[in-house]
Design a protein around this ligand. Structure first.
Ligand code: GLU
Length: 418
């Protein structure tokens, strides 16, 4: 993994690559490459032993031309201003790629939640929510889960916001527990869109998914659900990994059993149904048909890309390939189906959650999954149309062409505020 690559510069490079196929003036392009604003906040939080610890938090509102800012909040030691800026930009183009009426935002706190108690995490989250309160709202900016956050944190943020505002406004945040106004199907949604993208990709490329072997890097929510659903398509998931290492079984792993093992022990390694264990990097370069990077950005740099033996990559994580890795893949004819389509299921079902919250009318899981399938297959069709009509070198660039056009069209309708 490459730590030197700045994800914000990667985002800007991806936009520039697509801009070559679009005829926009420099001022329009400039706007597409920078956030509208970034909140940086310093949080003082009381620890269980009475001491005070100080944390850095960020929220980037990248672009609101197509609707309220939308995007998750992550808790990770690697969180930085530039990382949050990049992730918020990816949200803009993700929401535009699947054509849901949102702009893009992202937030994060630089913290390793494993080192803190639940009470400490609650105080930290509520303190962050207090800082976010003036800039979020169901028509303004709608946070959601991301790396190391989930229903628990969303419920705390919702409760803090509603208490301070003296109102009920469940649509201020998505990814909530069902009892707090969450949607059926939200937890699985990111993995589900990875599966749907995989299904469409194999179909488009004329490949048989039932013959495919698969490796999944990262076994959190997105990776583990994607592994199970891709397995249900008939493919064989032979290897999965997390930060502890990778487990392998040539006859296919039981994705659900590995998940149970990780829930019990904290890692995938030690899973008794595995024939072999090896390092994370070895998983990325395994001889499989499909590789699904589902961890963090920059997982595959140019060096690793040279050794990747999969023919198809479907990105479950945000930004797992560096731009240099993308170039290597293009040269080597490895097809990369981009994050802004493949993992868009999460934000798409967040959109459904928000619609349900606003209507106070709730859907069953079947309806959620059907609507999600429609959104992802439509977006895949738009991707293929753009790929074929522009002759773009990669699927990523083609998807950005679609997304950028939608953002610019909305901005042009609005005009420039004096
Ligand atoms: N964090 C997820 C993403 O990166 C979901 C965002 C959302 O639901 O707003 O797409």
């Amino acid at each position: 993994m490459s730590d030197e690559v700045n994800p914000f510069e990667s985002l800007q490079e991806q936009i520039e690559d697509a801009a070559e196929y679009l005829e926009y003036s420099t001022d329009v392009l400039e706007r597409l490459k920078h956030p509208e604003r970034v909140l940086e906040t310093t949080l003082s939080v009381e620890m269980d032993d009475g001491s005070i610890e100080v944390f850095k938090g960020f929220r980037s509102q990248f672009n609101g031309d197509r609707g309220p800012y939308k995007g998750g909040i992550r808790y990770h030691p690697q969180v930085s201003r530039d990382e949050v800026k990049a992730l918020s930009g990816w949200m803009v183009y993700k929401c535009a790629a699947v054509n849901i009426p949102y702009g893009g935002g992202k937030g994060g706190i630089k913290v390793d939640p494993r080192n803190y108690s639940a009470d400490e995490m609650e105080r930290l989250t509520r303190s962050f929510a207090k800082e976010l309160r003036p800039i979020i709202g169901e028509d303004r900016d709608i946070p959601a889960p991301d790396v190391n956050t989930g229903q628990r944190e969303m419920n705390w943020i919702k409760d803090t916001y509603e208490t301070l505002e003296n109102t009920t406004e469940p649509g201020v945040i998505t990814g909530k527990a069902i009892e707090s106004g969450g949607s059926e199907g939200r937890t699985e949604a990111t993995g589900r869109s990875v599966m749907l993208t995989t299904r469409e990709a194999f179909d488009y490329l004329g490949r048989d998914i039932e013959e495919a072997t698969v490796a999944v890097q990262g076994y959190g929510n997105a990776g583990s659900v994607a592994a199970r659903l891709i397995d249900e398509l008939g493919a064989s998931v032979v290897a999965v990994s997390d930060s502890s290492g990778a487990v392998y079984n040539g006859d296919g792993l039981d994705a659900e059993a590995v998940k149970d093992h990780k829930r019990e022990t904290g890692s995938v390694t030690g899973y008794e149904g595995a024939d072999e264990e090896f390092g994370n990097r070895d998983l990325l370069t395994m001889d499989v048909d499909l590789l699904v990077p589902a961890a963090l950005e920059n997982a595959i740099d140019a060096d690793i890309a040279e050794d990747v033996r999969a023919d198809i990559i479907v990105e479950a994580a945000n930004g797992p390939l560096t731009p240099a890795a993308d170039d290597v893949m293009a040269e080597r004819d490895v097809y990369v189906f981009p994050d802004i389509l493949a993992n868009a299921g999460g934000v798409t079902v967040s959109y459904f959650e928000w619609v349900q919250n606003r209507q106070r009318f709730y859907w069953d899981e079947e309806r959620v999954n059907d609507e999600l399938e429609r959104v992802i297959t439509n977006a895949f069709r738009d991707l293929v149309d753009a790929y074929e009509s522009t002759d773009a070198e990669t699927f990523r660039t083609a998807m950005y062409v679609v997304a950028i056009e939608r953002v610019v069209d909305a901005a042009e309708e609005a005009g420039i505020w004096p």
